[in-house]
Structures are given as C-alpha cells and as structure tokens.
Design a protein around this ligand. Structure first.
Ligand code: 13P
Ligand code: SF4
Length: 303
C-alpha cells in the first residue's frame, strides 16, 4: 500500500512538474519520497535553483513562505496549511517598531522561523546554521534578535563584540528537552556524545559536546569516530542519522522531542495535494518584495 502510494506520488510529480522538498523533522517515509531533504538554510537556497515550475513543501508554513518569497514565479504548494510553527508568531511588528525607535543604529535580525510579515520589517534573516556568520558580517553593533531567545543567546556568546537585545520567543519542542532529561540520558549512555540544536535552553547547550543546526548535527555524527549519540532536537533527524550511519546508535533525551506540526505532513496528504495542486502559498507582490530583502541579504552574507 505504502509502495503504491509512493508510485502514485512519483507519477503525479512528473506529470505536474513538481519538486518535493522536505525538512528533516517530517516523518521518515515522507523524507524518503522527497527529492531534497535538508535544514532550513539548505531548503531556502534550493528553492532559488530548482528547475521545476512547482514546489511541494513538506514542512511548516514559514518554510513554504520563504520558498515563495525567494521564487515568486513558482507555485509553492503546502501539504497541510495548519502545520504552522508557533514560534513564528511570537514577535509582533509593533514590538520591532518600538525597539527601532528606542535604540539607535540597531539591526533587526530575524530567525527564518517567523512569518513573512515579520521578515518584511527586519533587516536580515538568519537560520540556525548561518546565524553566527551572518550577524558577524552585519555592520551594526546593536542587534535586536527575534523571535528565538535561545538561538539569540547562543549567537551572542560567539560574538561578544556585538550588543544584543533579545526577545522572549521560544520553540516549545526544544525547550521541553530539559537539563535533567539530558543528564539522565548521559547516565544511561555513558559513551554517547550529546549533539544539540541551538533552540535548546542554555543549560542544555552548555553540557553538550556539539551545538548546531539539524544538518550540522547530522554531519557531526557522520564524521565522528564516536559510535553513540544523544540527540537533542526533533526526532525526525533520527531518520537521516540512521540512514547515513546504520552502525551507530542514536538516543533521544526523553520522550518529548516531537513537533506536532511537522508530524502533520503525511504521505497520504502528499498524494492528495499533488492531485489538487492546492493549498498554495499566496502573498501580495509588496509583501514578497519587502520580505525578500532580508532573505536575500542572508544568502549574500552567509556566502
Ligand atoms: P534547522 O536546523 O533546519 O534550522 O531547523 C530548525 C527548526 O526548528 C525548523 O523548524
Ligand atoms: Fe517550530 Fe519548534 Fe516545530 Fe521547528 S520544531 S517548526 S521551531 S515548533
């Protein structure tokens, strides 16, 4: 049955000239059917270079929006419009305006996990894999980092020459991975290295052996001589980790590392939306124009 569905998906894709992009957090069977799987940075770069006229995005709304902003002439289809990232809504345009008015010469640095509306009033976007590099290359000393406080603090630690103002946004999935969860996992797996996403809280990143984006975690584990790892990010990455490293062992730190929104993306829905080519990402020309500036600046500064 699953194989039948995969065949149908492949046939529809070809017929309708669709490329399937998937984030590492979606279910393994969805990653397996995708043409490209990656972290937020990789997928946003890819959206600008793929040949197909249509992009089917297996991820949450802000990812599809970024693809549309960077490739406005393509149709971007989402698998489930209700798959939305709560953190993307944790800062307001008013808050950004307020800080811009109060602080002189401040750059608003916006994590891609934010709405197009927020990107449109920001100076530059970052992802977890390029944030340090991009912020380092910004001329302004004052940085208002939105919406994720944990990623902001992680970047700030690496760039003491900058003056950071943080916002109180967070990812509930990563925040739920607690210090005691990680300590317990370390007790149970004494030889394992701890690999952590920077959306985790500071106490967790501090006791980790490596902190990086999803693709950086996968690269680190793949290139390491170590055989066991405790993974502190959404469990979807375990699929690619295990694919690339069948002989290595990967453990979760507790049982709460699941993003319900990413898990709304199922093979059944992929097949359905390919039939209808709906729902699509729609945005006004003005919004696309305003939000593309910080995204393009990110791609430039991250080179
Ligand atoms: P990346 O490591 O891909 O930047 O992912 C973070 C994330 O939370 C995506 O939702
Ligand atoms: Fe948003 Fe967190 Fe889910 Fe990523 S894992 S989509 S940041 S809720």
């Amino acid at each position: 049955m699953a194989n039948d569905r995969v065949e149908k998906i492949k046939r529809l894709q070809k017929e309708k000239d669709v490329v399937i992009l998937a984030h590492y957090y979606v279910e393994g069977e969805v990653q397996a059917v995708a043409d490209y799987v990656g972290d937020s940075f990789y997928l946003s770069k890819l959206a600008t270079t793929v040949e197909q006229k249509n992009i089917l995005f297996c991820g949450v709304n802000f990812m599809g929006e970024s693809a549309k902003i960077l490739s406005p002439h393509k149709q971007v289809i989402m698998v489930d419009e209700s798959a939305d990232c709560p953190m993307a809504h944790m800062v307001t345009v008013e808050k950004i305006k307020e800080v811009k008015e109060q602080v002189e010469d401040v750059a608003v640095v916006c994590y891609v996990n934010s709405t197009a509306q927020i990107k449109a009033v920001s100076d530059v976007c970052v992802t977890s894999s390029n944030a340090v590099k991009v912020v380092k290359n910004i001329p302004q000393k004052n940085i208002f980092f939105v919406p994720d406080e944990n990623l902001g603090r992680f970047v700030a630690q690496k760039l003491p020459e900058k003056n950071f103002i943080f916002h109180d946004g967070y990812c509930h999935v990563h925040k739920n991975i607690t210090l005691s969860d990680v300590k317990k996992a370390k007790e149970e797996h004494k030889k394992a290295l701890v690999l952590t996403h920077p959306e985790c809280t500071e106490d967790v990143t501090q006791i980790s052996d490596f902190v990086g984006s999803t693709s950086e975690i996968i690269d680190y584990a793949t290139n390491s001589d170590c055989e066991e790892f405790i993974i502190c990010t959404e469990t979807g990455v375990l699929y690619e980790l295990q694919q690339k490293n069948p002989q290595k062992k990967f453990y979760e730190a507790g049982q709460k590392q699941i993003c319900d929104n990413m898990k709304k993306i199922t093979l059944e829905k992929v097949e359905q939306v390919l039939k209808n080519m709906e729902p699509q990402v729609h945005m006004s020309e003005q919004r696309i124009k305003d939000a593309s500036m910080p995204l393009k600046r990110m791609l430039e500064l991250a080179k």
